[in-house]
Design a binder for this molecule. Structure first.
Ligand SMILES: [Zn+2]
Ligand SMILES: [Zn+2]
Length: 649
């Protein structure tokens, strides 16, 4: 019995259906379904799969890969086939062809695929003994297929056939080639067969596919929009930051003046709300003795993300012998290795331990813009989003178990307020609970998990539970934010810790004068300032809310005769702490100057000519083109109002 038979029997067949899901497993319409799935065929356990469902898309994209292989074999029969799976938005197929394919070839292949679609070839599944399949492929010279077959443990293998083409394949597939959707071949790359360098290079042809033409169009528009907002591109154009892999190092960020201005404004607002909520700001070093990381346990479980230790080499000794500083070089005599910090926690714990803490001191909230260094593989580095040196908006809260719930409510409060300043109001909250292997007692986990749950509920936030996804030392809350393109970014984290305080023997004195275990909450609102800045650039496309714009007002003098009036207005605006730049390039056309400032995404242009000068007025052109003339006082008030931190932009 096939999927098609079952759907017909249940009266579920219809147009646009390309597969069937039985108790969670996906089948196409042609595959005989194994007996274990046939014993409970109520309509409740059987669901038809349409082309626009995730499973349906996957089936359709796999059929696109076959059409691609068929087209290549028609046009370039000497090509040898490897494999062709689906991807997030489409499919690819790997081919062996010594000279690869050109852009021209790609166009021809795409045309041929369209023909194959129009031909509406029935797609048929059949089985073969593996040894016969190997023989068949050997005769055809398909050496890669032979290799693949040799790696398959089963005695019988399945094929899918459409017209003159057939392919070793598990399926599932659409019933006929005219049911594949809208597709486009997009790129070529070189890969090794099985990812193994001892095999020859294959050419991988990538395509994307969607149910309808308009879906395909939307996909490319979305890609364009992502490209337009790419923070690396905008970072260069707006002179926000710099990453110089050759001279400075991969993943190490230089904040240019304009980016640094924005960072400072973010940090100032951050500090304001945190001090209001009882946090104390601290600063800690960037390196510490290796032993600190031994005590904390990071050397055991975090080592692969840590930069190598700084050892005192023997060659230093030779050099130092000649130097007068030798005797005074205490560091040399210590011979203790140091370590660049991957986290700030051990420093904050040492601050906690630096004096006797009473129950009356709790919760103790220490916060820091702590720059940490983590060794990420160079392949995963990406602009500001994945770096090797970054600054966490970190805080550690030392508290009693019973204080967790209230404290987490406060943290979520800060988070909601602070993220809203940047226009992020769409969150997804995840609570990760106890994993199999863990520190802490079951009572501690019970108490802490329920405290976190209650805190989220009191904050009136929707959340999902990720069972077992907590780290070994405590449950955590992750907050993801959605940007304007609907992309989801990991942002805030609230992590409970049963483990670290014990490792450092950190305790407080209770009301009966007895030492008690203290608990720690590690938390960050933005996560990494670098990463958050990258997200913010893409979210706003560089059009930062006016309170964050590095230059808020461009003062443009129309003619030389208005230059001194423009200077007067600039000085006046600066008295109100507005960030201004003066443009006296009166030789250029005004339209061009306006366009240039627009490119720099300055929110307000103050355009001043003789008329404004004589009438003591200012003309404000806002981003987007809205123009209005004000009296000086009204104009300043208007801009100040729009530049308020909580102006809701
Ligand atoms: Zn296949
Ligand atoms: Zn921490």
């Amino acid at each position: 019995m096939t999927g098609k038979d079952i759907l017909e029997k249940l009266g579920l067949s219809g147009e646009g259906i390309i597969g069937v899901k039985i108790r969670g497993k996906v089948f196409d319409l042609h595959t005989p379904i194994s007996a274990e799935f046939l014993n409970d065929l109520s309509s409740g356990s059987v669901k038809p799969i349409t082309i626009d469902s995730p499973e349906g898309l996957d089936i359709m994209r796999h059929s696109c890969a076959h059409a691609l292989a068929q087209a290549v074999k028609r046009l370039f029969p000497e090509t040898k086939l490897s494999v062709g799976p689906t991807t997030e938005n489409g499919f690819f197929y790997d081919f062996y062809r010594p000279n690869g394919f050109t852009e021209e070839d790609l166009k021809k292949i795409e045309e041929e695929m369209k023909k194959i679609k129009q031909e509406g070839l029935k797609i048929r599944r059949f089985e073969m003994k593996k040894e016969n399949a190997i023989k068949m492929y050997q005769e055809k010279g398909e050496i890669f297929k032979v290799e693949i077959l040799k790696g398959i443990p089963e005695d019988t293998v399945s094929f899918y056939e459409q017209g003159e083409f057939s392919d070793l394949c598990r399926g599932p597939h659409v019933p006929s080639t005219d049911m594949i959707g809208a597709f486009k071949l997009v790129s070529i790359s070189a890969v090794h067969f099985k990812g193994d360098e001892s095999y020859p290079m294959l050419t991988r042809i990538y395509g994307v596919a969607f149910p309808k033409e308009e879906d395909l169009k939307r996909y490319f528009e979305h890609l364009e929009e992502i490209k337009r907002r790419d923070h690396r591109k905008l970072g260069r154009e707006l002179e926000l930051f710099l990453i110089d892999e050759d001279e400075i190092g991969p993943g190490l960020v230089i904040w240019l003046p304009k980016g640094a201005k924005i960072r400072r404004l973010i940090e100032d607002e951050w500090l304001k709300i945190h001090e209001k909520k009882g946090y104390k700001l601290v600063y800690t070093p960037h390196i510490a003795k290796v032993n600190l990381w031994k005590t904390s346990g990071h050397l055991d479980y975090y080592r692969k993300f840590m930069f190598p230790q700084m050892e005192w080499k023997e060659e230093n000794k030779e050099k130092k012998k000649d130097s007068q500083d030798f005797e005074r070089d205490i560091g040399y005599y210590e011979k203790v290795p140091y370590q660049l910090k991957p986290m700030n926690c051990p420093f904050h714990i040492q601050i906690f331990k630096s004096k006797t803490r009473s129950y009356r001191d709790l919760p103790l909230r220490l916060c820091e813009f702590g720059t940490v260094y983590r060794y990420e593989r160079s392949g995963v580095l990406h602009g500001l989003l994945r770096v090797r040196g970054f600054t966490q908006d970190d805080a550690h809260i030392f508290l009693k178990l019973e204080q967790i719930e209230d404290e987490v409510v406060e943290i979520l409060d800060i988070m909601k307020y602070f993220l809203s300043l940047f226009g992020f109001t769409d969150y997804m909250v995840f609570l990760s609970t106890r994993p199999e292997e863990r520190a802490g007692t079951d009572e501690e986990w019970d108490f802490a998990e329920s405290a976190l749950k209650k805190a989220i509920e009191r904050s009136k936030m929707k959340y999902e539970i990720d069972p077992g996804e907590g780290v070994f030392y405590g449950p955590k809350i992750d907050v993801k934010i959605k940007d304007v393109l609907g992309r989801v970014w990991q942002c805030s984290t609230i992590q409970l810790d049963f483990n670290l305080p014990k490792k450092f023997s950190a305790f407080y004195i209770d009301s009966n004068n007895r030492p008690q275990n203290v608990y720690i909450i590690h938390r960050a609102i933005l996560g990494s300032i670098e990463r958050f800045f990258g997200i913010l650039i893409e979210h706003t496309a560089g059009n930062f809310p006016p309170w964050l714009a590095p230059t808020q007002c461009a003062i443009i003098s129309v003619k030389d005769t208005s230059n001194s009036y423009a200077e007067f207005i600039k000085n006046l605006l600066e008295e109100y702490n507005l960030r201004c730049e003066l443009d006296l390039s009166t030789g250029e056309r005004l339209a061009k100057r306006v366009r240039d400032w627009e490119m720099l995404k300055v929110p307000f242009m103050i355009i001043l000519g003789e008329k404004e000068r004589d009438e003591k007025k200012i003309t404000i052109r806002e981003k987007g083109g809205l123009i209005k003339t004000f009296s000086i006082e009204e104009g300043i008030n208007y801009i100040l109002g729009r530049c308020k931190v909580n102006s809701g932009e």
